[in-house]
Design a protein around this ligand. Structure first.
Ligand SMILES: Cc1cc2nc3c(=O)[nH]c(=O)nc-3n(C[C@H](O)[C@H](O)[C@H](O)COP(=O)(O)O)c2cc1C
Ligand SMILES: [Mn+2]
Length: 492
């Protein structure tokens, strides 16, 4: 795909009629978020805001959002035609997630065109939106890749963890313990040392796609991005720490996160990915900003969270591909046989996942659920696992509902609850005291498997030739007869 950064992609979208530049003056205070939501509900264009109230003369004046909520644009970013099927995208992503080309370090790059240090740091120079009227503040990190380095292995990780502007130079962030960034933070906490971080804002959207979804532990997201791009990332060293960041990123915020709770600042509430407003503002670890580097005329990249029926956002569209691909790869790696399809509907973001199997034995569906729930990728997802036979089109709610209606016997182990599991702290169905991240490190999930495969515990008539009653589809020879005689019936 060759060299690509955020600007390249905005140009490509514009050429394809997929970008709207908003030149009218708009407010960062709820107005941008409301316009972005309109794009979600209309499957509308990517948006570049060029005239933001109070930011006509600040260091950063523009904001790009709503790039990936439309499948056609996500397909383009993955190198596919706009009408590519979900299945083709999932198969491609399964393959590419397993490849990698390591980055190369270069001496300089556009991200170093402006370097702001120490006392000069002022986050209010950036048009960070208050996306939703109930949000607790202006969110500068919504689609930033947060870079950390594992102090034991030296391995670099990049994950999307949100952050709100606190003071002029502080960003309280939500990095939960089960995430790779959270696991690295725990190592720094043990050593009683601050964790260096770099927040990369605005680059090849493949960065958003990969850093917002859980690749296996120890896999460096930069390598996988290189694989997707079919060329290594060019990375530059940060000014104030030894982290590496893409050389043509729009903005990089460098700093450190202190594990001492005395340094924590309130974050939230925030319109969550679940489509519900988050709870009260909570004290969170803080990125203390030491330096910001940015391109000339930088573009802030951000996104609005929260999926609703008929209103899919960027995370949900990405998740419908990535979370299915990741689940499928986990099932393969765990040696679960007979996986025919894995489907994630964008509206659940992967909270629900459907798996169609070519059933090999009774208990096969339980193996599917156990493999998924044991994985690190399950920390925010895969709460409800629905398993069907492979005659069911799991991408179709009607098919799924039919299978659940007639192939589920709740009293016979077809509904299995896996209680007290780790899970998302943002799920409003979990009582508040069971998602106190400060105390529990995670939210508590009572996960459920719905085994909607045909049971093998049943003895149908031997002449039926199977383990379950056949369906009422006509016999093939009867279909042939009717086809042959069709014109005689006088029914067109
Ligand atoms: C737009 C967006 C916002 C996200 N916000 C958060 C967040 O605030 N905290 C968090 O732990 N994960 C968040 N995630 C999910 C993580 O980015 C995702 O689980 C990813 O796997 C984290 O990287 P890691 O696996 O290397 O830890 C968000 C994802 C997206 C796409
Ligand atoms: Mn990771």
């Amino acid at each position: 795909m060759g060299f690509a950064d955020l600007r390249t992609w905005l140009d490509r979208f514009e050429a394809a009629g997929e970008l709207k530049r908003i030149k009218a003056e708009v407010s960062w205070d709820r107005e941008i978020g409301t316009i972005a939501r309109r794009s979600f509900t209309t499957n509308g264009p990517a948006l570049l805001f060029e005239n933001i109230k109070g930011h006509q003369d600040t260091a950063c004046r523009r904001l790009a959002t709503a790039l990936l909520h439309k499948r056609a644009r996500l397909a383009m970013v993955l190198g596919f035609p706009a009408d590519a099927s979900v299945r083709d995208l999932v198969q491609y992503v399964r393959q590419k997630n397993r490849e990698g080309i390591p980055p190369v370090e270069v001496k300089n790059g556009p991200v170093k065109e402006n370097i702001i240090r120490g006392k000069d740091v002022d986050l209010l120079q950036f048009p960070a939106p208050k996306w939703h009227f109930r949000d607790g503040g202006r969110y500068i990190l919504t689609f930033a890749g947060i870079v950390t380095r594992d102090p034991d292995t030296g391995c670099i990780n990049m994950g999307v963890y949100r952050g709100m502007i606190g003071q002029r130079n502080t960003i309280p962030v939500l990095i939960v313990a089960s995430q790779h960034g959270g696991q690295t933070f725990a190592k720094y906490r043990q050593r009683k040392k601050p964790m260096p971080v770099a927040a990369v804002i605005g680059y090849d959207p493949i960065m958003d796609f990969l850093s917002g979804s859980p690749l296996p532990a120890g896999v460096c997201e930069y390598d996988v991005m290189g694989g997707y791009r079919e060329e290594p990332l060019q990375v530059v060293r940060c000014e104030t720490n030894d982290l590496l960041v893409p050389a043509s990123a729009e903005i990089v915020i460098e700093g450190y996160v202190d594990p001492d709770p005395k340094t924590f600042e309130p974050e939230g509430c925030f319109g969550e990915y679940t489509g519900h407003t988050g709870d009260v503002s909570t004290p969170r670890p803080v990125i203390k900003v030491e330096c910001i580097t940015h391109r000339n005329e930088p573009i802030l990249r951000g996104t609005q969270e929260g999926t609703l029926p008929g209103s899919y956002n960027e995370n949900s569209m990405m998740s419908s591909i990535q979370r299915a691909a990741i689940a499928w790869n986990i099932l393969d790696q765990q040696g679960v046989p007979g996986i025919a399809n894995v489907h994630v509907h964008p509206v659940t973001n992967g909270t629900n996942v459907c798996v169609a199997i070519n059933k090999r034995y009774q208990g096969h569906a339980k193996q599917v659920a156990a493999a998924l729930w044991g994985s690190g990728a399950a920390s925010w997802r895969y709460k409800h696992v629905v398993v069907t036979d492979d005659d069911i089109d799991i991408s179709n709610y009607e098919h799924l509902d039919w299978a659940i209606a007639y192939r589920v016997n709740a009293g016979k182990d077809d509904i299995v609850v896996f209680p007290g599991s780790f899970g998302s702290p943002a799920d409003p169905s979990t009582p508040l005291e069971e998602r106190d991240v400060g105390k529990l490190g995670s939210g508590i999930w009572n996960r459920v498997l719905i085994d909607a495969t045909r049971t093998w515990m049943y003895d149908p008539k031997p002449e039926w030739g199977g383990r379950f009653p056949p369906t009422v589809h006509p016999a093939p020879e009867d279909e042939v007869l009717v086809d042959q005689r069709w014109s005689e019936y006088g029914w067109e």
